[in-house]
Design a protein around this ligand. Structure first.
Ligand SMILES: Nc1ncnc2c1ncn2[C@@H]1O[C@H](COP(=O)(O)OP(=O)(O)OP(=O)(O)O)[C@@H](O)[C@H]1O
Ligand SMILES: [Mg+2]
Length: 234
C-alpha cells in the first residue's frame, strides 16, 4: 500500500504528519518504508533522527536502508528522473507493507505520476486563513475526476481559538467524507522534535500522539477490511 503525503500548501505539517503516521503504523507491527521526496530531509528529522544517517542509505532501489524508530527509510538518491523514482517506489510496495512518501507541496508532477499506484493521497491542511486562500487549489485536487484517492487530514486543530475553530468547522463541512482524520495542535510535537525524540517516547500522553495513532489505526482497519474509504466530496 502506497500512501502519498502532499498538500498544495507548504508548512502545514505534511512531513510531521507523514512521519508520525509512519511511526503509528510501525507500532502496530506494519512493515513501513518511508521515502522523502522533498529534498529537505525533514522526514528523518520528524522521526527523531538527526544523525544524517539517511544520507548514507544508498539508492531508493538498492543499498542498505536505515531503520529509524522501526521505520525503514530509503533515500531517493540523486539525479533520478521522476519516472525512475516512481518505478523504484512501486518496487517497494507489498501487500502487507506500507510505503509512506513525503512529496513537496508544489511537486504536482511527482504526485500525478505516483497517484495511479497509490492507495491514498493524504492532503494535509491547517485551519487558518492562509488555507482558505488556497481553497481553489484544494478543490482542484479533490474534484479532479481521475483523482478519487485524495483524502484530507486537518492538522494543528485548536478549537480554543475562535478563528481556527470556525475555519475547521467550515473545512469539515466542505470536505465531508473526504476528511480522513484530524490532529490537534500540540506543543509536544515541536518539543519532541527539539529533543530529537519521537512523540511516543517524549510525550506518551500527548493529544497529537493519540490523534496520529487513531489515523494509523484507521488505515490498518481499512486495509484489513479490504474496503476503500467512502468517496465523494460534499
Ligand atoms: N499537530 C501539530 N502541533 C503543533 N505543531 C505542529 C503540528 N504539526 C506540525 N507542527 C509544526 O509545524 C511546523 C511545520 O511542520 P512540517 O515541517 O511538518 O510542515 P511541512 O508542511 O512538511 O512543511 P514544508 O512545506 O516546508 O515541507 C513544524 O514546526 C512542526 O513541528
Ligand atoms: Mg515537509
Amino acid at each position: 500500500m502506497i500512501l502519498l503525503f502532499q498538500s498544495p500548501k507548504g508548512g502545514v505539517g505534511t512531513s510531521t504528519v507523514a512521519a508520525n503516521i509512519a511511526l503509528g503504523l510501525a507500532e502496530r507491527g506494519v512493515f513501513v518504508t518511508a521515502i522523502d521526496l522533498t529534498g529537505q530531509g525533514a522526514l528523518a528529522l520528524c522521526l527523531g533522527d538527526v544523525s544524517g544517517a539517511i544520507d548514507r542509505s544508498g539508492e531508493i532501489d538498492g543499498g542498505a536502508a536505515v531503520v529509524i524508530a522501526g521505520v525503514r527509510m530509503v533515500s531517493p538518491g540523486e539525479d533520478r528522473s521522476a519516472a525512475e523514482i516512481v518505478a523504484a517506489i512501486e518496487s517497494h510496495d507489498s501487500d502487507d507493507g506500507v510505503v509512506i512518501v513525503d512529496i513537496a507541496s508544489g511537486d504536482r508532477q511527482v504526485l500525478d505520476l505516483l497517484l495511479p499506484a497509490a492507495a491514498l493521497r493524504l492532503c494535509v491542511l491547517t485551519p487558518d486563513p492562509a488555507t482558505l486562500a488556497a481553497l481553489p487549489l484544494v478543490y482542484r485536487d479533490a474534484q479532479a475526476t481521475r483523482d478519487d484517492r485524495t483524502f484530507f487530514l486537518l492538522n494543528r486543530v485548536d478549537d480554543r481559538l475562535r478563528l481556527g475553530r470556525d475555519i475547521a468547522a467550515m473545512l469539515r463541512g466542505l470536505l465531508g467524507d473526504r476528511l480522513f482524520g484530524t490532529v490537534r495542535r500540540d506543543e509536544a510535537v515541536g518539543e519532541a522534535l527539539a529533543m530529537m525524540e519521537t512523540l511516543a517516547s517524549f510525550a506518551p500522553a500527548s493529544a497529537a500522539l493519540g490523534d496520529f495513532r487513531a489515523i494509523a489505526n484507521r488505515l490498518v482497519a481499512d486495509r484489513d477490511d479490504a474496503t476503500q474509504p467512502q468517496r465523494g466530496i460534499a
